[in-house]
Structure formats: C-alpha cells, structure tokens
Ligand binder design. Structure first.
Ligand SMILES: *Cc1c(COP(=O)(O)O)cnc(C)c1O
Length: 377
C-alpha cells in the first residue's frame, strides 16, 4: 500500500531526545524548546514564537489573547479543520462562516466585508494547502473595522505571501507539528505573536497563569499566580524531535516539492483536456508543498476515483466536510450569504500521497494509476 502520509523522520531526532534525557530535562521550556523558538523567530523574522502542545492549543491561545466577550463574532471559512472554529467557541464567540474561493479553497476575501456586524472582533484565515489567503485585502478590512487577524497556518509552515512568512502577517499565527504536517514533533505546535503588547500576557497564559517566565529571566524575584491560564508547554522530548526536523527543514521542503512538481507536470495534460482541475497558486504565493490535490467532476466521480486507487493499493483521501453543516457548526454559527463553492468544491477534492522522502517509484506509480483512471495509459 502506498500510504497517504508518512510522518517525517530524518534520523537526528533520536540523538537530540537522548540529550534531553541525559540532561535530566524532559518537561517543558528547556534548551530544545528555546532553540526551536529562536531558530524560527530568526528564520521567519518573527517577534515572538512560543511552542505549544498542538496547533489546536496555539489557536486556543490566540483566541484567548483576542479577549472576546460572549456574543462577539468571529469570521472564518467553513472549509477548515474543527480546531479553527472550536478555539473561538471556547471563548463564547459566535461563528460566522464565509464562502471559499474555488481556485485556492481559501476564504473569499471579497465576501468578508458583508459578513461584518457591530459584534465582529476577529477574522481567522486558514491558508489551505500552505497557499496564502489574499492577505492584502484581509489586512485592509481588519484595519477599516478594527478587527484582529488570526492566521491558522497549520499547513503553511515556511510558505510566503510576497516576502512575508505566513503566520507573521496577522496579529497571531498558529503552526502545527502534528505527524501529518511538513515538520513534526509528534503532537505540538507554536504561536507567533506579532504585536509586542501581547507577549507578556501570552507567556503568563501559557504557564498556568504564572509569571514564571519572568522569574527565570530574573525580572522578578519570585513567581506567582497573576492571571488565568493553562498549560501549553510541550515536553522537551517532543521539542528535541522538532529540533532535528528544523535543522533539516530545507531538505524536507525540497523532497516534498520534488514530488509536488512531478505530480503537477504529469497532470497538467489531464487538466488541459478538461478531465480534472488543479489548484491555482496565485503569483504572490510561495507555497511549501504541503498538499497535492485534484478536483474531479463531482462527488460520484471522486468516490469511484478513491476506490480505483485503493483497489490498486494507493491511499488517496478527501478532506473537510464543511463545518457549517456539521452538528456543532449548526449550533455555534451561521453561514453568511450563499454557500456557492464551499460544499460543491469540497465534494470534488481529493488529495494524493505526499510526504518527505517519498520514493520516486511510488510517486510514479500514483501518476500511472491516476492516468489509468482517465483511460490515458
Ligand atoms: C492540523 C491542523 C490543525 C490542528 O493542529 P493539531 O496540531 O493537530 O492540533 C488546525 N488547523 C488546521 C487547518 C490544520 O490542518
């Protein structure tokens, strides 16, 4: 079976994990956590990056930092993972879902403004497949209505929009290092804090409501409970794994991109014949080869396609069921305007196997079987 995903592993991780054990530091905020944060802050040109226990907890932190009141509204796409939405729900907010653009499957920036009410406080954008949302327009709207922007960049680590790294454009950015993402640490994530005024509060929030971070920096002489908080620190064992991954980030990117480009070149003829649609990469977006997807005619053809591949030992998978039609989506939110593309396009989309170090032989087999489905061999 050619798997849909294989978690990234480069080999150096084990040694770093050993080092953490030898140094008797396996809980959070040790040397590896510090190294990972500083490495990313420098590489991404970010003010502050804090590791978290997951992408979901990074989103939870970001929404808590937005300081929402019950009944406030948060705008987000419906075509996303539940974590994007549930962070806002935990803060007592109402969800306002906005349609996606069919070419990138990102929130349609032209449909955001009409969803704004006097209660709107935050726009959450999710950069699907690591391809950036139209951030110029989103920033313009946020400024005009004084809204915060949270970037769910779980999929877009190291992707860029013009010359800016995703996650560093809005007020807060959220990364995931789940085993399905480009870089991993088992379970883990990070929050990017782009407005300095929130760094202090974020550190307290992450450390069970204490000012322990300040204490360790020698800024206060004892630490104490100062506000509400939670524990968002990942273990050093996980951070050590991530440290191995970060040091190989360029190699992992190259490997994924090679597969992505091979798929792209092989399937362009099918697109020209009108048999499939490929994702569009807008010129200002530089993506990270997180995902390769095709769009088929409709749900029926997609079901046949997935079965055809599975019968030939290839695991291809569909993606999100739109949140607004899910039980919790109906309970916590509303869809603004007409669902022109979200449902229809999500039913046509299928993702192909793509992971670090995918064998050329396996990739070529996927290409061959896809072409065979369309009677092209
Ligand atoms: C993976 C993912 C998350 C959640 O990340 P975890 O680390 O699994 O909690 C959130 N949003 C999106 C868009 C994702 O793809």
């Amino acid at each position: 079976m050619i798997s849909f995903n294989v978690p990234p592993f480069v080999g150096t991780e084990l040694d770093f994990i050993h080092q953490a054990i030898d140094k008797h530091k396996i809980s959070g905020d040790g040397e590896f956590t510090r190294k990972c944060s500083e490495f990313m802050e420098k590489k991404f040109n970010a003010k502050k990056i804090l590791l978290t226990t997951s992408g979901t907890s990074a989103l939870d932190m970001a929404l808590l930092l937005c300081d929402l009141k019950p009944g406030d509204e948060v705008i987000l796409p419906s075509y996303t993972f539940s974590s994007t939405a549930t962070a806002a729900v935990l803060c007592g907010a109402r969800l306002v879902f906005v349609d996606v653009r069919p070419d990138t499957m990102n929130i349609d920036e032209e449909k955001i403004e009409r969803a704004i009410t006097p209660k709107t406080r935050v726009i959450i954008v999710m950069h699907y497949a690591g391809v950036a949302c139209e951030m110029k327009k989103v920033l313009e709207i946020a400024k005009k209505y004084n809204l915060k922007i949270v970037e769910d960049d779980a999929q877009g680590l190291m992707s860029r929009y013009d010359d800016k790294i995703l996650g560093t454009i809005g007020d807060f950015g959220c990364y995931s290092f789940h085993e399905t993402k480009n870089l991993s640490m088992g379970e883990g994530g990070a929050i990017v804090i782009n407005d300095e005024r929130f760094i202090h509060r974020a550190e307290i929030l992450r450390e069970k409501g204490t000012n322990r971070k300040q204490f360790f920096r020698g800024q206060v002489d004892k630490y104490t409970w100062v506000d509400f908080g939670d524990s968002y620190l990942p273990s050093e064992l996980n951070a050590a794994y991530l440290w191995g991954q970060l040091n190989a980030a360029d190699k992992i990117f190259e490997s994924r991109m090679q597969t992505w480009k091979a798929y792209r070149e092989s399937f362009e003829p099918l697109e020209r014949e009108g048999l499939i649609e490929l994702q569009r990469i807008p010129p200002e977006c530089h993506h990270n080869a997180h995902m390769f997807y095709l769009k088929l005619k409709n749900l029926d053809e997609r079901t046949k396609f997935i079965k055809f591949l599975r019968d030939r030992e290839i695991d291809a998978v569909f993606h999100y069921i739109p949140l607004h039609s899910a039980p919790a989506g109906l309970k916590f939110g509303r869809f603004d305007g007409e669902d022109q593309f979200t449902t229809k396009e999500s039913e046509r989309l299928v993702r192909l196997p793509l992971y670090y170090n995918m064998k050329e032989k396996d990739r070529n087999r996927v290409i061959e079987v896809v072409r065979e489905f369309f009677g092209q061999n």
